[in-house]
Design a protein around this ligand. Structure first.
Ligand SMILES: [Zn+2]
Length: 67
C-alpha cells in the first residue's frame, strides 16, 4: 500500500497517509488545523525503508516493444 504525502494548503503542515491506490483527498483533513482536502505531494513509495540500492541506476527507461 502506497504512502501518500499531503500538505495542508492552509497551515502548510505536511503529513503522510497510508491509502489504497486511487484514494482521494476528499475525505481527508489536516491533523493540525482540520482544513479539508490537503494537497497531495507525490513522493517515493516506501521512503521509510531506507536503502534504495535496488533502484539506483535509473530504471525509468521503458522497454521498447519494437526491436
Ligand atoms: Zn492545516
Amino acid at each position: 500500500m502506497p504512502i501518500y504525502e499531503y500538505r495542508c494548503n492552509k497551515c502548510d503542515h505536511k503529513f503522510e497517509m497510508f491509502q489504497s491506490i486511487g484514494a482521494s483527498n476528499e475525505s481527508l483533513n489536516c491533523p493540525n488545523c482540520n482544513e479539508p482536502k490537503p494537497d497531495r505531494i507525490f513522493s517515493v513509495f516506501g521512503s521509510a525503508s531506507g536503502g534504495d540500492s535496488a533502484f539506483s541506476g535509473g530504471g525509468c527507461s521503458p522497454s521498447s516493444p519494437f526491436s
